[in-house]
Design a protein around this ligand. Structure first.
Ligand code: COA
Length: 296
């Protein structure tokens, strides 16, 4: 028998690894929650009881998503329009959250930007744009939320990647940005641990049906037709795989876990050549010309 049996969380339905209600009364603040992986993480956390605020640049999109998530979960999700590059906008989104919900327990720093471009042809502004969205955006989000997360003894999840573990072509901007995010999370874990705050990173690998996968992974739109030979578990990831990791990291089951990077990639990183997940055509220097102009 475990010392504290409340940490043993039985499966209650086919989509959840934990029981319902573990996040009752909690509030999530999620940047980039309007779509993709961050939307799915928000839904999973709401399904376990939390209310949420999703932050994004596109008001129409986050308003629609917030309504859908509220309807689907029976919890309350509100949109807060902000561009994470601008600290005042992030602070305003935090104020809106506090006015509406009174607290922030969980923060997902997920807003990100990406495109393929070789360093030789990438403009300074292109590089800076991704650093500003991903790394500075994370910094701004942490700064604006930290007093509230300290007050609730809450927890951060930063959405990173695995591509910066090695030299991944055409990803110098994102590699630099994600390495910075990993570092922010580690420092946050060390500095804020004594205040009861945890900070961890989720690093998704090849997740089907996401904008990142569509932009970077393959021109083959149908995931079932893509080659899974370089994914040890034999399939592409699903957004639910990442969402389950987030539920775990925010839950009391992870109360002693801080400062880690949880890679969610089916084991791919251990066998990934640096050229993957890029299609061969992208590695052809001639294709660089067509890669830069049309936005992928
Ligand atoms: N190839 C090369 N450079 C690109 C590019 C591409 N596909 N897309 C944008 N850039 C460059 C621009 O040319 C510009 O640099 P310049 O002034 O030297 O020309 C710089 O990046 C800023 O682009 P801009 O479109 O003005 O910025 P933005 O804030 O509107 O766009 C991005 C942000 C760059 C992240 C854009 O790709 C985007 O909005 N993406 C959608 C969201 C996304 O990427 N999600 C992540 C999926 S993993």
């Amino acid at each position: 028998m475990a010392e504290n049996s409340s940490y043993i969380l039985p499966v209650v339905d086919s989509t959840s690894v934990f029981k319902e209600g573990i996040f009752d009364g909690r509030v999530l603040f999620c940047t980039g929650g309007g779509s993709g992986i961050c939307r799915e993480m928000t839904e999973a956390i709401m399904r376990h009881g939390a209310n949420a605020v999703i932050v994004g640049r596109n008001l129409e999109r986050i308003t629609k998503t917030a309504k859908e998530l509220s309807d689907a979960t029976g919890r309350r999700c509100s949109p807060a329009q902000a561009d994470v590059r601008y600290p005042k906008q992030v602070q305003d989104a935090v104020s809106k959250t506090i006015n509406e919900f009174g607290r922030i327990d969980f923060v997902i720093c997920g807003a990100a930007g990406n495109f393929l471009a070789p360093i030789s042809q990438m403009s300074e502004n292109a590089f800076r744009t991704v650093i500003e969205i991903d790394t500075l955006g994370t910094y701004h989000t942490v700064k604006a939320t930290l007093p509230h997360v300290r007050a609730s003894k809450g927890s951060y999840i930063h959405v990173s990647a695995t591509l910066h573990y090695r030299g991944t072509p055409y990803q110098v901007h994102v590699s630099a940005a994600k390495a910075g995010i990993d570092a922010i999370s580690a420092v946050l874990a060390v500095e804020e641990g004594p205040h009861g705050v945890r900070s961890n990173v989720v690093a998704p690998g090849p997740i089907a049906g996401t904008e990142g996968m569509d932009r970077l992974g393959s021109k083959e739109k149908d995931a079932s037709n893509r080659d899974t030979g370089m994914i040890p578990v034999g399939r592409f990831g699903h957004v639910k795989d990442v969402a389950s990791a987030a539920v775990f990291l925010f839950s009391d089951a992870a109360a002693f876990i801080s400062g880690v990077v949880l890679v969610v990639d089916g084991g791919s990183e251990h066998i990934r050549p640096v050229t993957l997940p890029y299609p061969r055509s992208v590695l052809d220097p001639e294709s660089v010309k067509t890669m830069i102009k049309p936005r992928l």
